[in-house]
Design a protein around this ligand. Structure first.
Ligand code: NAI
Ligand code: UGA
Length: 452
């Protein structure tokens, strides 16, 4: 089978690589000439574990191709996946201009029956718009070519994208015809062999499933962050409370880790977009509005703790940062909590020394020379007045506390991901602050007032 993937970003590249891995002939298309030239030379535009090797392997086998020419790709494609971006519009709704452009391109260039599948995250009703755009272009050409549209939302997580695609919890497909169902069933069969189900439904329900899934996950995170903040006030320990609640199988133990707010290219925009969809239909999604509000304020929690430690004055203080990406195993900084925290620290007059295993180049696009970029996690600590951990990369989990104590001006650690044990840090002579645990009474540094 020949398939085309339009849009070679996180989703498009992973989808293309994984389909070619099971023997399908795949052509990935993008409008970005530089990106396609690089991909042809084996240069992968994103950091995603396992992706580079998989792309190179399948290119060498002649099953994975890259082009900017959609017309060439469509000439012999049975199925076309649309995986272009759907960024938020000014009012928070999903901007569909790239999706509709691709639909038009499909209408302009398809020559035979084609199944056009929307993999981008799109609001309910988009498949109908895609169908109309294709039809309009076919009408302009005065040709009568049979086609189907389908919705196949993607659930992969950055940093674990290959595994998520190869071994999905489920595959959701919205279809309008048996022909489309059969084609997608054949395509996805290799990924369902270990019992991972493919769930067929109508197109609108499939579109809705994607937003509902991301909104549910975002809700869990805001819920636990809200509870964490209350734990801190009443003297409970969120780490213990989390274990206490997640042992109930009805609640489950995933996505209930407190932190400094969810980031990334999807939760913030998808929660917003679903709220807008509700508004369009005059229905207020009250829970999701609260989820957004909690997340917004959670991004300031760690900064507030640092401010409080320094009696509201950070002028001239140096803050070391470990981790800049919105989560480990990616260089993606879109909507990362680090962006908010860095902006606030700079505004308060602090100097920043930052390290991230893979996101330093990305950070340079955001902050240029306003912060100091370090090539090593310990280098950030030299003469720093505290350390803040913003991303839970594995290499930060068991650091050398002796060296850290020596390098830091002031041995204070602000742990935005609750990766350290407070008694161990106290034993090693650190003032330690995390999310959802009140550690003020353990503070060792006598000259710092923590009275308010
Ligand atoms: N990043 C993620 O982890 C996930 C993203 N999604 C959804 O998938 C969609 C794509 O997301 P990403 O891959 O992150 O986006 P991205 O921004 O990484 O990649 C999109 C690509 O589409 C290309 N493009 C734009 N217009 C085009 C056109 N007319 N023809 C050909 N290529 C075109 C861009 O040049 C870019 O390379 C979005 O709707 C997103 O919400 C869904 C699940 C996971
Ligand atoms: O639609 C999408 O793009 C994707 O969005 C998320 O994936 P992703 O954004 O890559 O990353 P997650 O692992 O979900 O993390 C998102 C954010 O939530 C935060 N998080 C996650 C889990 C948790 O318990 N606590 C928490 O604060 C992370 O630190 C991160 O900032 C979903 O998990 C994917 O299923 C979905 O396909």
């Amino acid at each position: 089978m020949n398939i085309t993937i339009i849009g070679s970003g996180y989703v498009g590249l992973v989808t293309g690589a994984c389909f070619s891995e099971v023997g399908i002939n795949v052509t990935c298309v993008d409008v970005d000439q530089q990106k396609i030239d690089n991909l042809k030379n084996g240069i992968i535009p994103i950091y995603e574990p396992g992706l580079e090797k998989m792309i190179t392997r399948n290119m060498n086998k002649g099953r994975l191709h890259f082009t900017t020419k959609i017309s060439d790709a469509l000439r012999c494609s049975d199925v076309v996946f649309i995986s272009v971006g759907t960024p938020p519009d000014e009012d928070g709704s999903a901007d569909l201009k790239y999706v509709i452009q691709v639909a038009r391109d499909c209408g302009k260039h398809m020559n035979d029956y084609t199944l056009v599948v929307t993999k981008s995250t799109v609001p309910v009703g988009t498949s109908l718009k895609v169908k109309n755009a294709i039809k309009e272009e076919l009408d302009k050409r005065k040709v009568n070519i049979d086609f189907d549209v389908a919705s196949n939302p993607e659930f992969l997580k950055e940093g674990a994208a290959i595994d998520d695609f190869l071994k999905p919890d489920r595959i959701v497909v919205g279809v309008e015809s048996t022909r489309a169902e059969e084609l997608l069933n054949t395509l996805y069969k290799p990924f369902t062999l270990n019992g991972h189900p493919i769930i067929f439904m109508d197109v609108i329900s499939a579109e809705m499933t994607k937003y509902a899934a991301n909104s549910m996950l975002a809700t869990k995170i805001s819920f636990i962050n809200d509870i964490a903040n209350l734990c801190e006030i009443v003297g409970a320990d969120i780490n213990k409370v989390r274990k206490g609640i997640t042992s109930d199988t009805r609640i489950g133990n995933k996505f209930l880790y407190p932190g400094i707010g969810y980031g990334g290219s999807c939760f913030p925009k998808d929660v917003q977009a679903l709220i807008r969809t509700g508004e369009e239909f005059e229905y207020e999604l009250k829970v999701l509005k609260a989820v957004e509000a909690v997340n917004k304020s959670q991004k300031s929690v760690l900064f507030n703790k640092i401010m409080k430690y320094y009696d509201g004055d950070l002028k001239g203080k140096t803050v070391a940062l470990w981790g800049l990406s919105f989560k480990p195993q990616t260089d993606d900084m879109r909507e990362a909590p680090s962006l908010e925290i860095i902006k606030k620290l700079l505004l308060a007059g602090a100097n920043i020394r930052a390290y991230d295993p893979v996101a330093l180049n990305e950070a340079k696009h955001h902050f240029e020379n306003t912060i100091t970029y370090c090539e090593d996690q310990y280098e950030t600590l030299i003469n720093a007045d505290c350390l803040a951990v913003l991303t839970e990369w594995s290499e930060f989990r068991i650091p050398n506390f002796k060296i850290m104590h020596k390098l830091l001006n002031v041995p204070a650690i602000f742990d935005g991901r609750n990766i350290y044990d407070k008694s161990e840090l106290k034993k090693n002579g650190f003032d330690y602050f995390c999310i959802g645990v009140n550690t003020d009474s353990d503070v060792l540094r006598p000259e710092v007032s923590l009275s308010y």
